[in-house]
Design a protein around this ligand. Sequence first.
Ligand code: ATP
Length: 481
Amino acid sequence: MGNKKKKSRIDEEHGLMQKIVALCKRRGFIFQSSEIYGGLKSAYDYGPLGVELKRNVMNEWWRSMVHEREDVVGLDASIMMSSEVWKASGHLSGFSDPLVDCKICKARFRADKAPKVEVGTEVTFRQQGKTVKQKAERDYVCPECGSPVLSEERAFNLMFKTSIGPVESDDSVVYLRPETAQAMFVNFLNVQQTYRLRLPFGIAQQGKSFRNEITVEHFIFRSCEFEQMEMEFFCEPDQGEKWLEYWKNERFNWYVELGCKKENLRARPHEPDELAHYAAGCYDIEYQYPWGWDELEGVANRTDYDLAKHQEASGKKLTYFDPLKTNPQTGKQGLHYLPYVIEPAAGATRSVLMFLLDAYDEEPPSESRKEGRVVLRLHPRLAPIKVAVLPLVKKDAGLTEKARQIVKQFWKNSINAFYDEKDAIGRRYARQDEAGTPFCLTVDGQTKEDDTVTIRYRDDMRQERIDVATAVQTVVDKIRE
Ligand code: ATP
């Protein structure tokens, strides 16, 4: 890796990422966990605005994946599962990262994420203040100091281990789930039979997952506790390829519909040597983060690998019965077989970071505005607060009372409205712009005369008068647009 490229990436990342981290803290989106004790690395708390944003992202996913479809149903399984699940799925033996120590600066890092070099090339790095040159024996170097002087690779299992019950023994061991997917496989027949589902159909789940990540990086991009949004779509084996393309497109379009800029997104097919051993095809939906293209979501054809493994390990038949298919061996009507699975696996917390990065904008001062502004151009459906209701002056009891009545109208219609009477109106608008609030309603002297308010639009700061009676409907229509 050329030094120049590395420098500019880091500079850029510091710029935008630092602004996002600072905004998240300043405005109550995201805090470091246990901050008053110095902070717990790799865990985060979502504050008043952050919890709304995260819930909105997850609710939008649920709406598009479950509520608006006939062929997908939901599940909410426990985080702790029998250890047998992880033995069968391969997570106990194989869910590990290659871990390496740098012998020069003592950094510990993941070999597969380290900067690439060509084997045999001469690499320059600093050791005790001196410049040293040495040939690279592997195709990567230390991400911290750039040295090729490295320990052997060790496999490090990413699952968090704990135990159930008062006595710790081999039988009491449980793991915090590292993905939500396995619960969908082990519940495949429970859901299919109780809900009388026919192929193709999907089971969707959202929730916390835990991975003891060696390298936690880029704020909430990679943390040890995070949230996922995953769906397992069961289909006939020969339909796998078709459904993989379908879900890749659906998922790509979901981000675009929620306002993510298309030029910052791509669906990258996996190279054959990158594919998981059980997968028959995979796309990474990637976003152009400040540090470069990186994963947002994986969409994979997992074949019948997981169902076959659980069937074998549990001794319970997990086949699907299709009464309309003919058994090729017996010629009889009805066939038992294991379906293939297409899995769109997205990160909810990683999506929150992506939407924040994509929405962040700074406007310089202009002729009509003395001060510049920071504005989060979040899609109205994702915005934590949908509408702020602002009495122009707080000394006028008539105005504050009217504004409070309007706020209540929004609450009655399940719209998260926010009442604010503190500070000058310009500062209140600026606070809402930074929070991503798409609409502000200002209640002023004229409201008392003709029952109208000013609606101000976040993105272009346009203002117009609307009737109080139609305010809720106007905002509802704009959110649904
Ligand atoms: P990566 O290559 O970034 O480690 P992965 O390929 O291991 O990710 P999957 O196992 O496919 O990820 O998980 C599906 C999704 O869950 C990812 O696309 C990502 O959005 C999210 N995810 C995975 N690990 C983390 C983590 N440590 N922190 C936050 N989100 C994560």
